[in-house]
Design a protein around this ligand. Structure first.
Ligand code: NAP
Length: 334
C-alpha cells in the first residue's frame, strides 16, 4: 500500500531533498507551506504536480490538526522552523513560537488525529551550544547558548517526552550543519559560495545579505567570525538519515555529522580558490555579523547512526564547497 508522508518546511533545503527521496521511494508526499503574498518556491519548482501542498503556519494548531486529520500520514517530518540561528537574537519570540512551540503543535496534531504516525523532529547541534567537548555524541549533555538552540532544545525534549508519555514513535535527529545548492542565502556556506561566484562573474546586482545590503560590493564580501569551526555535510545525504530513523523497530535519537571540522576561513579559501581568486583580497570582517555567543561543539560523531541505521556521510567539506560554488556560478550564468 502506498505510504503517505507529511513534511513541514517542504520549501526549505531539507524539506525539498526529503520530498525528492520519498517520491523516489514511492511515497505520496504532502508538504505544508505557509501562506505568502509571493508564491515562489524555487526549491520545489521541480516537484509541483508531484506533491500535494497544504497551507498552514506552524503557529496555527487548528490548521495543522485539520491537515493531519485530512491526510492521515504514516510519517510526519517536522522540518519547519525559524531556522537561522543568527536571526534568533533579533527575533527571539518568533523563534520560540515557531521553532519550539510549533513542534509541539505538530506533535499534538499527530497525537490527537493520527497517533500511530511516526514523527521526526529536526533537532540541531545547537542544543549542545556551549559544551566544552569538541566531539559530540548522543551521551553529550545539552548546553544550548543561543535563542535558536534553546528553542530547539525545548522541541527536542518535548519529542522525547511525547515518546515516553504517550508511546508515540517520535525520533529526533541532532543534525550538524548540512549544506547544498538549495541552502538559504543567509547561511554562511551559501553566502560564501554565492559571494565568490558573484565576484568571479563581476555581478553588479547581487542578491542581498542578511543586513539587506548587496552581498558583494566593490569586489568585497563582508563576513563575521572567520575562526568559528563547523562540521559541514551534504543535505541530500542527511535527509536519508531522517527517513532511516523512522524505519527502525524502536524510536531513538541520533547525532548526524561527518566528525570533521573546518573554519569559516577554510570555507572562504576553498570557495575562492575554486574560482581562481585569493580569498584574502575579497573577504572582510564586519562586527555586525559576529554572534554574541559562539558554539564550541564542533564535530558530530555519527557512530551510532552508522551502527543502527547503516548511515554514514559520503560527501565531505571540500567537495561540498566546490559543488556549491559550481552551482552558484551556473545559476548566475543563466
Ligand atoms: P530552511 O531551508 O530554512 O527551511 C525552513 C522551512 O521552514 C522553510 O520551508 C520555511 O518556509 C518553513 N517555515 C518557517 N517558518 C514557518 C512557519 N511559521 N510555518 C510554516 N513553515 C515555516 O531550513 P533547512 O536547512 O531545510 O532545515 C530544516 C530543519 O532542520 C529546520 O528545522 C532547521 O532548524 C533544522 N536544522 C537544520 C540544519 C542545517 O544545517 N540545515 C542543522 C540542524 C537542524 P518558507 O520557505 O516560507 O520560509
Amino acid at each position: 500500500m502506498t505510504k503517505t508522508a507529511l513534511i513541514t518546511g517542504i520549501t526549505g533545503q531539507d524539506g525539498s531533498y526529503l520530498a525528492d527521496l520519498l517520491l523516489d521511494k514511492g511515497y505520496q508526499v504532502v508538504g505544508i507551506v505557509r501562506r505568502s503574498t509571493n508564491y515562489r518556491y524555487p526549491n520545489i519548482d521541480h516537484l509541483i504536480g508531484r506533491v500535494t501542498l497544504a497551507y498552514a503556519d506552524l503557529i496555527d494548531a487548528d490548521a495543522l490538526g485539520d491537515i493531519i486529520r485530512r491526510h492521515q500520514p504514516d510519517e510526519v517530518y517536522n522540518l519547519a522552523a525559524q531556522s537561522v540561528p543568527a536571526d534568533s537574537w533579533s527575533q527571539p519570540i518568533v523563534t520560540g513560537e515557531i521553532t519550539a512551540l510549533g513542534a509541539v503543535r505538530m506533535m499534538e496534531a499527530v497525537r490527537r488525529h493520527q497517533p500511530d504516525a511516526r514523527f521526526y523532529q529536526a533537532t540541531s547541534r545547537e542544543i549542545y551550544g556551549g559544551v566544552p567537548q569538541e566531539i559530540v555524541d548522543e551521551q553529550t549533555p545539552f548546553l544550548a547558548n543561543n535563542p535558536y538552540g534553546i528553542a530547539k532544545l525545548y522541541a527536542h525534549l518535548m519529542t522525547v517526552n511525547y515518546r515516553e508519555s504517550y508511546g508515540m514513535f517520535a525520533c529526533a535527529g541532532m543534525l550538524f550543519n548540512h549544506e547544498s545548492p538549495r541552502r538559504g542565502l543567509h547561511f554562511v556556506t551559501r553566502k560564501v559560495t554565492m559571494g565568490a561566484a558573484c565576484i568571479k562573474l563581476g555581478i553588479t546586482n547581487p542578491p542581498l545579505n542578511e543586513a539587506g545590503e548587496p552581498l558583494v560590493r566593490d569586489g568585497k564580501l563582508k563576513m563575521g567570525n572567520l575562526d568559528a569551526y563547523r562540521d559541514w555535510g551534504y543535505a541530500k545525504e542527511y535527509v536519508e538519515a531522517m527517513w532511516l530513523m523512522l524505519q527502525q523497530d524502536t524510536p531513538q535519537d541520533y547525532v548526524i555529522g561527518t566528525n570533521t571540522a573546518y573554519s569559516i576561513r577554510d570555507l572562504c579559501r576553498v570557495a575562492f580558490d575554486h574560482v581562481g581568486l585569493n580569498w584574502e583580497d575579497h573577504v572582510e570582517t564586519d562586527e555586525r555579523f559576529l554572534r554574541p555567543t559562539e558554539i564550541f561543539a564542533q564535530r558530530g560523531n555519527p557512530a551510532k547512526a552508522k551502527a543502527d541505521l547503516g548511515w554514514e556521510p559520503r560527501t565531505y567539506f571540500e567537495e561540498l564547497t566546490r559543488l556549491m560554488v559550481d552551482s552558484d556560478l551556473a545559476l548566475l550564468s543563466k
